[in-house]
Design a protein around this ligand. Sequence first.
Ligand SMILES: Cc1cc2nc3c(=O)[nH]c(=O)nc-3n(C[C@H](O)[C@H](O)[C@H](O)COP(=O)(O)O)c2cc1C
Ligand code: SF4
Length: 426
Amino acid sequence: MLEHRIALKNAGRINPASIDEYIAAGGYNALKQALQMPPEKIVYELIQSGLRGRGGAGFSTGMKKKFTSEAACILLECMRYIVCNADEGEPGTFKDRIIMEQDPHLLLEGMIIAAYAVGAGKGYIYIRGEYHHSIDMIRKALESAVKRGFLGDNILGSGYSLDIGVKLGGGSYLCGEEFTLLESIEGKRGYPRIKPPYPAEKGLFDMPTLINNVETLCHIPAIILKGSGWYKGLGTDRSPGTKIFSISGDVKNPGYFEVEMGISLKELIYNLAGGIKDNKKFKTALIGGAAGTFVPESFLSVSMEFDSLQQKDAVLGSGAVIVMAEDKSILDMLHSILRFFGHESCGKCVPCRVGTQQLLILLEKIIANGDRNGSGLDALLKQSELMAQTSLCPLGQSPVLPIKSAIRHFRKELINPPRKTAHKGS
Ligand SMILES: Cc1cc2nc3c(=O)[nH]c(=O)nc-3n(C[C@H](O)[C@H](O)[C@H](O)COP(=O)(O)O)c2cc1C
Ligand code: SF4
């Protein structure tokens, strides 16, 4: 069995609307145990576990909590916040939705423990506005958790109190970026902030704020119950634990699969997702979504974890794997990615506002006229690198990833595309 479920352990097994079924499956035992522990001990356990953020950047979850809990408040009246990032805007990613729909109490339990560890008194779950079912399930779960004393005032008689509310996403990709998300919760337009300071020091309403992805928080209850040593034994040395991969595209069995970090791309595609549709050959996988990297066939044996991919100039990101068969066009895919970035650029800074449009123009010229000597591709790469160096926030730094990887691995095809894929730009 290749799957190893931690974040998805109850998915499909219990009635997600029933807190009793969650409790019968061992739910809220980790919270009970955590409330007996000093908060610093929880932070220590999380650091020891090696858990890294599953939202894309892979930052140490324990260290983030340490920074948040130790951050000094700049205002006299201090409130620490916890925010769960459930915006799930990265194309090809559909894992947080599954957790919220099928096991909302696991997310709440992880979030309450994390909040207790950093001393947060107020929390928000920022859910993608289109995720209606997730929103309903989380709202119901919050209500029943308060009724049972797992949330609210004086949780389980511990003296610790926490209030959690739901905020609906602003409908833009950028609102999933942590600073923009904070602006959005504050009721402002979804523009990013300049960093540093980071949210741990100056986050929501200028207060120390812990922001974690849904999947990240769902690992915390198991780490509390089974210990950091157990968790560290899963996955790889530098990327312990499990990861949910969202696999889509030209595979026979698309879906979400939770496996130990370090599985090969080949196992993911052929053993879990059933192989390439219609018995075609594999051409590429776009790993990490639009802000991800194209990888060629030689990457099938690469270990799917943060560092092995990074060493090969690829990214794990949110765990999206969009598979393309031999007859699919890299140019077409790049075109739709660049249209996406052009649409999602918030327009605050010139390099990205103008740059994303220039990238589109350059690519559409290549599509329309061909690029026999490769000068169009060189210009595209140069423009995306310039954008990465000069843009204000990570969105403007993202197009270089798919562009560079496509040119690096598929230059020949991009210069000389198969005839049926060449088309006029839109
Ligand atoms: C443009 C952009 C969009 C993002 N969208 C999401 C998102 O939808 N969900 C998410 O968890 N993280 C997203 N992130 C990453 C967050 O900024 C942040 O790193 C993450 O929420 C931290 O949680 P983690 O440490 O648990 O991964 C995005 C980042 C960028 C630059
Ligand atoms: S890089 Fe793009 S998304 Fe980010 S602030 Fe500038 S215009 Fe907005």
